[in-house]
Design a protein around this ligand. Structure first.
Ligand SMILES: NC(=O)c1ccc[n+]([C@@H]2O[C@H](COP(=O)([O-])OP(=O)(O)OC[C@H]3O[C@@H](n4cnc5c(N)ncnc54)[C@H](O)[C@@H]3O)[C@@H](O)[C@H]2O)c1
Ligand SMILES: [Zn+2]
Length: 375
């Protein structure tokens, strides 16, 4: 097992990564710092509970938790569900000494964290992430919240958990597509700040494809370490934390324009990273050979092609990104593998050219050829 400390404005907490963490949950909870806890509430989804609920209950022994359910899917990450869950908690007798365990993927983690942040003005909670994406990304950093009809994650709060238990055994039942989608966030972690993690990917693709436990654990730990470091230095995203959005400006635009649910978040980010890489190499900030190395690892996991999208529509969607400041477009580029920089001067023309290269390579090549012919 590996442990990583996260420093936040509300104190320090530990992320534990390894196997068998679910089975030892009871003794882990007993060792948590803080006040005496009377009751345990678990927020999960019916499908996760049917797979792992038995083990969960057995791990807690005589301490019977109250189980709250949120159906699976991004569309349940909304205010109305938070209100329903809070009402159920009141009926079940939850008070300020109760502990909530968010047991699921990023949706459960975000909703559970938000519920804990506002229930009786805040109760303590623990993250027990069950998807690769939630283990490497959403369970760390304290961002919690729900979507509005008009956009993702528009309502929320910073509320850090008391602890995060990332049990890699739980990933055993995760669909291959979900695993791969999460892996892109780890590839991102390597590309923006951890060249050794990126080299590990390059050297161990067959092991990763085979879902080797030791490899998965190592990747989860390195990704969490990177995020914990960045969040520790810039919790509220006023500077450094923005690098975590590498691939996300175009990724979000591709995700939204494709229609939510067509591509998984991580898959859209894979395409967004390819666009950011194309701009980084065309600016000569990134050496062509490093650009190719990054592209090779991303494409190895075969992100499903996005539906035919017009680069112009994507450009319009990217201009609406909430990470933009005023008229300027915030963009994360690479100056090397493991070296991300935030820029605000990416032009529409640059972005369109990169979108054509990545999403419509044939058309882009044809345009280059006809330019040569007319010269
Ligand atoms: N708070 C943050 O900092 C942050 C960061 C990144 C993403 N997010 C959020 O995370 C969410 C996406 O999270 P996600 O990718 O984990 O998706 P998800 O929570 O929707 O889970 C994906 C699917 O996997 C199923 N599942 C979960 N664990 C399983 C297991 N062990 N075995 C079998 N099936 C399992 C779920 O029921 C669901 O159907 C988005 O809402 C996104 O906004 C938040
Ligand atoms: Zn992401």
């Amino acid at each position: 097992m590996r442990t990583i400390q996260v420093t936040s404005s509300s104190g320090e907490y530990t992320v534990s990564i390894g196997r068998g963490l679910l089975d030892s949950l009871s003794s882990r909870l007993q060792k948590l710092p803080g006040k005496e806890r009377k009751r345990i509430f678990v927020l999960t989804s019916p499908e996760i509970w049917s797979l792992w609920g038995g083990r969960f209950r057995a791990a807690l022994g005589t301490e019977e938790p109250t189980v709250l359910f949120l159906p699976a899917g991004e569309r349940y990450k909304r205010f109305a569900e938070v209100e329903r869950l809070a009402t159920e908690m009141v009926s079940a007798g939850a008070d300020r000494s109760s502990l909530l365990i968010a047991f699921g993927g990023g949706v459960i983690g975000d909703v559970g964290g938000f519920l804990a942040a506002i229930y009786m003005r805040g109760i303590e909670y623990v993250q027990m992430p069950t998807t690769f994406l939630s283990q490497v990304d959403s369970s760390v950093g304290g961002k919690t919240g729900v979507n509005l009809r008009t956009g993702k994650n528009l309502i929320g709060s910073f509320h850090h958990p008391l602890a995060v238990y990332a049990d890699v055994d739980l990933l055993g039942t995760l669909a291959q597509r979900e695993l791969r989608a999460g892996l892109y966030e780890s590839v991102k972690a390597g590309l923006i700040r951890d060249a050794a993690l990126f080299r590990y990917f390059e050297a161990n693709l067959p092991l990763i494809d085979g879902r080797d436990n030791a490899a998965i654990e190592k990747i989860v730990a390195a990704s969490v370490r990177m995020k914990a470091e960045v969040v520790g230095l810039d919790e509220r995203e006023t500077g450094l934390r923005m690098i975590l959005n590498f691939g996300h400006t175009m990724g979000h635009a591709i995700e939204a324009t494709s229609g939510f649910g067509v591509l998984l978040h991580g898959e859209a980010i894979a395409w967004g990273m390819l666009v950011a890489l194309a701009i980084s190499t065309s600016r000569k900030w990134l050496k062509p050979e490093d650009g190719l190395r990054a592209e090779r690892v991303i494409r190895h996991f075969q992100p499903p092609p996005p539906p035919a999208l017009r680069p112009e529509s994507l450009l319009a969607a990217a201009s609406k990104d909430k990470k933009n400041r005023g008229d300027q477009r915030r963009f994360v580029l690479l100056k090397g593998i493991g070296k991300a920089v935030v820029t605000e001067d990416v032009t529409d023309a640059e972005l369109l050219a990169a979108l054509h290269t990545v999403l419509q390579p044939e058309t882009a090549a044809e345009q280059r050829r006809s330019k040569k012919r007319t010269r």
